[in-house]
Ligand binder design. Structure first.
Ligand SMILES: Nc1ncnc2c1ncn2[C@@H]1O[C@H](COP(=O)(O)OP(=O)(O)OP(=O)(O)O)[C@@H](O)[C@H]1O
Length: 369
């Protein structure tokens, strides 16, 4: 069963102007109709270039961004409809790990109090109601403090740190250790879902794999569910069961990692893949390179029809310019049946039946380019 189910999610930010009277003159459509679901105990990787709306989507799930339209169902409950107090209680189950561990950890708080904060906010830890009955107020407080400290130390140990970290401050740790602390801060609340927003992009490549492996180990041990947001395809592939590719506020393709990397069907996914270097320099790179024309359009004024048509080498006038493609199953390709794509012509492009338009053909280069 899906733990997280997002239906037709839209997050539009108003663009305001005016000195005397505040007027809304338009909207940034950061997320514009995304549906996806994340199975319990699995990892959904969301990938796309900067500005496509990945972070906004993650923040909207936690209601850190206001939801303009759509549903966010978490374990069957619609978060979009919750009042602030119910949402606050729900937050212990939905945690976020941020890109920049230093920026997200208060430099003036030691690690112990950073990790305790969530427990105190959510009133987690302490004697059970039954046990508390026979205790005085001071004893109860002491037992709660003891139990919360035990939880904090357990979370630190799970991420490979120890109680020695409690009295130290964020700047005393390396980047990788700080990200471990960020993960421990999420874990201490025993959440079901963790949204990891660019969890390793601020780290050295040599440290990235360690942190990704830790996330995987924790998932196995604790049955965690992850939504991992990253611009780096390699990172997403490493950890994800299902990968979704976002472009200008929409999902353009979704498949298992193997399907997506083996048979990228959407022209945008193909261009993203073709930009990833082949890891072995002794292997000749004979793949097609797709150099996209033009810049990413503004999400305040997205193109009509297929959002990608202004940059697509396979664009077919009329239909692509006017008709917005739905995310639909990809036909004629062997696989798990979960491969979905939002392109009118994906099958014809994959089979080579449809050629790039003449003015775009030179933008597809064979070999190292
Ligand atoms: N609070 C906000 N007000 C107005 N526009 C916003 C706000 N937050 C994000 N945006 C805009 O929404 C779009 C999507 O931004 P978002 O940060 O979600 O993208 P992203 O794919 O996560 O990129 P990055 O990896 O650079 O964070 C961008 O055009 C961004 O400028």
């Amino acid at each position: 069963m899906s733990l997280l189910e997002i239906r037709d999610l839209k997050v539009h930010f108003p663009i305001r102007r005016g000195v005397v009277v505040d007027r809304t003159i338009g909207h940034v459509r950061a997320v514009d109709g995304v549906s996806l679901s994340v199975e319990r105990g699995r990892t959904y990787g969301l990938v796309g270039e900067s500005g496509c709306g990945k972070t906004t989507l993650g923040r909207a799930v936690l209601r850190l961004n206001e939801i303009t339209h759509g549903e966010v169902r978490f374990d069957g409950r619609d978060l979009a409809g919750l009042d602030p107090e119910s949402m606050r209680r729900e937050r212990a189950n939905l945690q976020m790990v941020f890109q920049d561990p230093l920026g997200s950890l208060n430099p003036r708080q030691n690690i112990g109090s950073i990790l305790l904060e969530g427990l105190q906010t959510h009133g987690i830890g302490g004697p059970s109601e039954e046990e508390a009955e026979g205790l005085g107020r001071r004893q109860r407080r002491a037992r709660t403090a003891q139990d919360q400290r035990r939880r904090v130390v357990a979370a630190l140990e799970r991420v490979g740190l120890s109680a020695k970290a409690l009295q130290r401050y964020p700047h005393e740790f390396s980047g990788g250790q700080r990200q471990r602390i960020g993960i421990a801060r999420a874990l201490v609340l025993e959440p079901d879902l963790i949204i990891c927003d660019e969890p390793v992009s601020a780290l050295d490549v040599s440290i990235q794999a360690q942190v990704l492996n830790l996330l995987e180990e924790l998932q196995e041990e604790l049955g965690l569910t992850y939504l991992v947001i990253a611009h780096d395809l390699a990172v997403v592939r490493h950890v994800s069961d299902v990968v979704g590719v976002m472009y200008l506020g929409s999902l353009v393709e979704e498949a298992t990692g193997d399907e997506l990397y083996g048979t990228p069907a959407h022209p945008y996914t193909r261009s993203l893949m073709s930009a990833v270097p082949v890891p072995d320099p002794t292997v000749e790179d004979t793949r097609e390179r797709i150099l996209l024309a033009g810049d990413l359009p503004s999400p305040a004024d997205p193109p009509p029809g297929c959002r990608f048509h202004t940059r697509c080498p396979w664009r077919q006038e009329e239909r692509c310019d006017t008709e917005r493609p739905e995310l639909r199953p990809l036909h004629g390709v062997q696989g798990s049946g979960t491969h979905r794509v939002a392109c009118h012509y994906a099958e014809q492009i994959l089979s080579g039946q449809l050629r790039p338009s003449a003015d775009q053909a030179e933008r597809i280069v064979r070999g190292a380019g």
